[in-house]
Every structure is written in C-alpha cells, then in structure tokens.
Design a protein around this ligand. Structure first.
Ligand code: GTQ
Length: 361
C-alpha cells in the first residue's frame, strides 16, 4: 500500500496517540497494510544488466572486500523496490555480488537460505560450502543451505559475478532472526571434503546405512527435509529443458518449466521458503494469470517482455525483474528465451494461503 495520506488517518485524541506511541504501539488500521516490513505497494520493476554492471564495476574499484565493515562482508549491488526501501520484495532478496581476482569473501553462516546463480564464472572461482569447494562456472546454480559455512574464493585472474538469492527479508526481518549469524574464526573454512562429495550422495545410489533423520543444521527445528549443499550444472539442466520442449506440451503460463528440486526429496521446493525454475519460452506469448506469491526473474538468455498490469518490462540477458503479488502478467519472448523464475510460493503453500487465477475476460 502507498504511504497513507495523513488526512485519511482516523482521528484519535492526542492523548491516545501519545499513549500508544509511548508504549511502542500503533493502531491496527494504520499498520495493517505494512505487515512483513512492507512500507508501500510493490511496483513491477526491472533492473537492466548494463546498469547493474556499471554499478558493480564502480563498487568493485572503490571498495575492496577486506575494507567492508563487520556484517555480511559481501560486495553486492542490491535491487531495491522503491515501495519497500530495502529489497526487491518482502520475502525474497536478490543481489549481484563480485569477487576480484585473489579476493576472498570471508566465511560465515546464517539462518537465511542462499543460492548463487553464476553470471561471470570459471572453474577457479569457488564457493566453499560445508567443507567442499564448488566451482562456479557460467549458469551453475549452487545452494548454500541455512547455517552451513560458506566463503567465496576467487583463484582465477578474472572478476567473478553472480546473482545471490536469499530469504533475508522473510527470515531476518519478518521473523526477526537478525541474530542468527556467525563469522568463522578463519577467513577460509577448511576444505574437508573431496570435490563432488555432496553431489555423489544424492544420486541414484544413496548411503544404505543411514537414512536422513530430517535433522536441520544449526539451532533450528522443523518438518521439512533439509536442502543439501548442491551444484546444479547448467549443461544437465539445459538438456532436460530441451528434451522437454522436444517431447512435451508447454505450461500455458510458464512455458517449458523445470523445477530445481531438493535433491533429498526429488521434489520442489528447493528451499522451504523459495522455489526456483528454469523456464524455456519459445511458443509465443503465455496466457495471463495472477497469484498471491511474488515472482522474481533473472534472464538467463534471450529477449522479450513481461506484461504486468499496464506495464511492459522489456528484458534482455541478465536483467532482473519483479512481478508483484496479485498482478495480472504474461510473458512475450522475442523468439526463444530462458528465464530463471524464483518465488516465495512455498511459504504461502505451507499455510494454505496460495491462490492463483486467470483474469475473467
Ligand atoms: O554471499 O553469503 O548478497 O551472506 C547477502 C548476504 C550474499 C553471502 C548476500 C550474504 C551473502
């Protein structure tokens, strides 16, 4: 909701207002549109890659990671939804992070779930998660599940850049878990696993002697199967997409759409809070629909437009855009395009709140 016009505020006596204020209270009718740390109506919006690129180049040359103040200590340009002032949505956060040749983003862990989607990568750019080095090659998607140690080490001679996606606004803001954060005593965590370890444990063969007991890393409890540290290589993902496009019918709203599944269950969502899909669009415009979950998109390749309400968000490779809840939208690729679709739908589904519909014509 837009900021309330003071004239629209219900009259209250000065005395009552002060009483509420003194006790850190506000009347429900003045705050009910602001739950989830939202301070305004989310707008459909797009961040063009060339603008992001200029910004990350700027901060990269001005700010060595080693000079960053205590905190996350990551060099990231963060798309801000003007209505919210702090992130692209009130559940999902995205940012674009860079690490220069020779730099390390130091090891830490937190309650929020994270993933990297590599934009400019190579085999000597590694994100180290839970003891294993994962090379970050172009279009790879690597999970950093909640409470796993992670640091990013650039042993190559090129600047690396990637998309960070975290449930920060939900976990750190709305659920008030700001304190669930820890720095490692070392800048780089010890590498304790051989490369390929995590992947090897979630294939067709699984450890016979132990079943996952569903225990969740860190100080948390819950009933969702934890997501392991995992790298989804792009070659395999693209092959699955193309096979589907050759053999099956597209979804009317999402095109040929493949979920990144939790390797422990073989099912969506990848994280309890966020779901991810690679979507191949090559059959003209999709059908309009709307839903109460938010969608954030990253353009893997191609060009086109996504129509949201009256607006056309015109995108090309590596742009980031957001489709706010309840807005009627459809995609119109210019030929063939592949999008990374990200949504907080699992949060809605967990509480039986998810709803979607097509507009009545
Ligand atoms: O790389 O661990 O964009 O902790 C925000 C918070 C990245 C990270 C972000 C983080 C990280």
């Amino acid at each position: 909701m837009a900021q309330q016009d003071p004239e629209e505020l219900l009259e209250m006596s000065t005395e009552t207002r002060e009483l509420l204020e003194e006790n850190n209270l506000r009347p429900l009718w003045e705050v009910e549109d602001d739950f989830g740390n939202t301070f305004g109506d989310m707008e459909p919006d797009i961040w063009k890659w060339e603008d992001i690129q200029a910004s990350i180049d700027g901060i990269e040359s001005d700010v060595p990671i080693a000079d960053l103040p205590p905190g996350f200590q990551r060099r990231v340009a963060v798309p801000i939804n003007t209505a919210l002032g702090n992130a692209i949505s009130n559940t999902i956060y995205v940012g674009v992070q860079t690490v220069s040749p020779g730099e390390t983003a130091p090891s830490h862990r937190h309650g929020a779930n994270a993933l990297r989607y590599t934009i400019n990568g190579n085999e000597d750019m590694k994100t180290v998660v839970a003891g294993e080095e994962f090379p970050m090659e172009d279009n790879d998607l690597v999970t950093t599940p909640q409470w796993e140690w992670h640091d990013h080490v650039n042993d190559s001679d090129e600047t690396a850049a990637w998309l960070d996606v975290l449930d920060l606004p939900l976990v750190l803001d709305s659920l008030n878990r700001k304190n669930v954060f820890e720095n490692h005593e070392l800048e780089r965590q010890p590498v304790t696993k051989t490369q390929g370890y995590w992947d090897s444990q979630y294939g067709r063969g699984r450890p016979a002697d132990e079943k996952s007991d569903g225990s969740i890393p860190g100080p948390f409890e819950g009933n969702r199967e934890p997501t392991p540290p995992y790298r989804f290589g792009w070659d395999e993902m693209e092959e699955s997409l193309r096979q589907r496009a050759e053999n099956d019918d597209p979804d009317p709203h999402d095109g040929y759409s493949l979920a990144y599944v939790n390797p422990a269950t073989g099912q969506e969502p990848l994280f309890p809070t966020m779901s991810f899909r690679a979507q191949l669009l090559n059959e003209g415009p999709t059908d309009p629909h709307f839903h109460n979950a938010v969608e954030v998109y990253f353009v893997i390749e191609g060009e086109g437009a996504t129509h949201v309400g009256d607006e056309a968000l015109e995108w090309s490779q590596w742009d980031i855009f957001v489709v706010p809840p309840d807005e009627i939208h459809h995609h119109e690729p210019d030929g063939e395009a592949i999008l990374l679709g990200m949504t907080d739908r699992p949060v809605f589904e967990a509480f039986n709140f998810y709803a979607e519909a097509e507009p009545s014509s």
